[in-house]
Design a protein around this ligand. Structure first.
Ligand code: PSU
Ligand code: MN
Length: 303
């Protein structure tokens, strides 16, 4: 069962378009207080497009869609102390009545339980570099295999092996659509040298694709909509490559493993690039929230 905020309940009653937002990005993806400020701005960006935001988290063991400002503050302040919750963590947090911030995978599950089809975030998890040795492949990818939610993201950070990530998605039949791009974007940078499966040039076409996929039971699963960071905010590729290389080295030296890997790398890159990466991160999330909302409105109109 999901607990809805007043705003989300009302949107459900009125059949308004809803957009899910994740919360690991708040606790583990950005520093306080920018994380809370950004979470609120992202919600506003959704409303500005005529949709309703549903920020998702686990609060005292309750699966929540739609958080109060006080709840956002609690999660943002606690930061990386909060449990980073993926699929496997949800029942434990529920049983033990704990707080948890939801990753892309867990947010997809709770969005689906809430009847929400669109979800906006920054970057998704994927196949880590060196996965042939570590087996480090984000549970996000398996969630796309089974859960009917479309995620708008700016691609993935090159802390991951983007090429292997796309291969994995291909094997499991997950569509990767580019919005006004042929290339799979690399989060801070618009280019990765890798192709998306299909380029789409308008929100309506994306909504139609979602409708075709989900109206056929056999084709269940998620969709990735890759939306490049606006060029005015994109960062220099060679500079980012150096920061990512250094962050990976520091993680290796410190023996960072498991679910700590992604948050550790994000924080190191943040330090290494000063605030440049944070500013870009905020802008791309806002951009994704707007696009997800426009698609959600189109999709809702087709239902
Ligand atoms: N990548 C980012 N920013 C993030 C994350 C990934 O650029 O905040 C977060 C998301 O919540 C994603 C999670 O679902 O990290 C993936 O973690 P892992 O690699 O441990 O599955
Ligand atoms: Mn991992």
């Amino acid at each position: 069962m999901v607990v809805f905020s007043e705003e989300v309940s009302q949107a459900r009653r009125e059949g308004k378009a809803l957009v899910a937002l994740e919360s690991t990005i708040i606790s583990h993806g950005m520093p306080y207080p920018q994380n809370v400020e950004t979470a609120l701005r992202v919600e506003q960006a959704v409303r500005a497009e005529g949709a309703v935001p549903a920020t998702i988290a686990v609060m005292n063991g309750r699966l929540c869609a739609g958080l109060t400002i006080d709840e956002l503050e609690v999660l943002g302040k606690a930061g990386r102390q909060t449990v980073k919750a993926s699929r496997r963590d949800i029942p434990v947090l529920e049983a033990l009545k704990k707080n948890g911030t939801t990753t892309v995978a867990a947010t997809m599950i709770i969005a689906r339980m809430s009847g929400i089809n669109l979800f906006a975030t920054g970057g998704i998890g994927g196949v880590h570099r060196g996965a042939e040795k570590t087996f480090d492949i984000s549970a996000d990818l398996q969630e796309f295999v089974r859960t009917n939610v479309a995620v708008v993201c700016a691609g993935a950070k090159s802390i991951l092996d983007l090429s292997l990530t796309l291969e994995y998605l291909e094997t499991f039949g997950v569509p990767v659509l580019g919005f006004k791009t042929d290339e799979f974007p690399a989060f801070y940078c618009r280019e990765s040298g890798l192709q998306v499966n299909y380029r789409t040039d308008n929100e309506r076409d994306i909504a139609k694709i979602l409708k075709c996929k989900w109206s056929n039971e056999e084709l269940y699963g998620g969709v990735i909509i890759a939306n490049p960071i606006p060029s005015e905010f994109s960062l220099d590729k060679s500079e980012m490559d150096i920061a990512i290389h250094d962050a990976l080295g520091i993680a290796e030296m410190n023996g960072v493993r498991g679910k700590e890997v992604t948050p550790f790398l994000l924080a190191e890159i943040e330090k290494l690039t000063k605030s440049a990466s944070l500013k870009a991160n905020i802008e791309l999330v806002l951009n994704n929230a707007s696009l997800a909302s426009r698609i959600a409105v189109e999709y809702q109109a087709m239902k």
